[in-house]
Design a protein around this ligand. Sequence first.
Ligand code: NIG
Ligand code: FE
Length: 437
Amino acid sequence: MIDLLVTNASELVTCRAEPGGAVGRAIERLEVIPDGAVAVDRGRVIAVGPTRRLRRMYRARRMLSARGRLVSPGLVDPHTHLVFAGSRHHEYETIVTGRSNPGRRLEGGIRSTVSQTRAASHAALRTRALDDLDVMLLHGTTTVEIKSGYGLDQATELRLLRVIHGLRHSVDVVGTFMGAHVLPAEYADKRDAYVDLVIRTLPKARRYAEYCDMWRDTIGFTETECLRVAAAAVRLGFKLKLHVDQVSPAGGAELAARLGATSADHLDYISARGIRAMRRSRTVGVLLPTVTYHMLEMMPRTERGRSKPAEKAFWPALIRSMIDGGMRLALSTDYNPGTSPTPSMQAVMQAAARLYRLGYAEIWHMSTINAAWALDRGSDRGSVEPGKRADLLVWRVPEHGMVINRFGVNLVDTVVKNGRVVVEAGRMTAPPRASLR
Ligand code: NIG
Ligand code: FE
């Protein structure tokens, strides 16, 4: 007798791929099992196949019929700034109606979130984070990465990391220390002193975080500064993630590849050299289409009544060259109050098609198995296959392309996390915040 048998999926998309993720032409080949079923025991998938075969093979304590709808792996969100206070919707209206200098705007916006976050208590940050995790789970995310980086002083950075580390929720959380996000205003003329502070914080941060992230860009930190932080972090056993080349061609992708980072994220101004370096590494490139959407980066602007071309109209061609160049790629929300205030990976999948012109199979791989590799968890989750964690979604629609073709509504019906049904008919089953680990 096994724990759970999921049956009657019109399509079971497994998102299975080679170790390291779906790359090159393989990213276009999505495995779809018609009338599929999944056998689950002790939190893990033990078999996958047609419903008729699995029904003959197993008897289960719990049967879950997908009733002719799509079944997929849980979505993995490998890059968020989920713990923050306040909102930047006022600032956003000024961006929408008349664009200011994008670089300055971003730095100033981050600093305003920093002041609001510094003023917030542990309890307030925690409650808000748990509410956001509820929303993520209801939208199909079963694993999320969360960074600090809105503290930028030792006490607040550690407070954020304690909040992240202490989150008990059905969604699995991977913690990241991002003291090297931007230079805080009070260190404006003392860059080295701030980098020293980040390095001094690392040993304490290590208790709460698996990854260390830094922003290699004109707004963030120089290559030398990043190398100092990275060297100290690696000595303490941190794995690395980098924000790179978001506002300028800063050689960040090359740096991430050279450092053996698990992922390099943003990549807006990646160079041909950067693409080659990433291909030769195991570093996963993480793309963030809801940033492109929200920041209107692919929309023409008007300046004094005249139309100006879009800032990042080159995105679809650039991404095609990343895929053709053999890079591993994933998608993520970058959930934060400034550049991407959405916690929904469905919104990301839908934006990836419309803005980046990616195909359905590409988007599914990039939101599941490749996103799991962007957290170094691809051998444990991100696809539906024997041995993997039983993180499954039953959708309200019968075909995987419909999840991307439709937009603006939540299409997740049921969420299974570690083999337990935690969302049913679009609602959380009690207790929503119990730890399943
Ligand atoms: O990932 N690139 C740096 N940080 C964020 C921006 C966060 C914010 O605007 O608050 C990002 O887009
Ligand atoms: Fe980010």
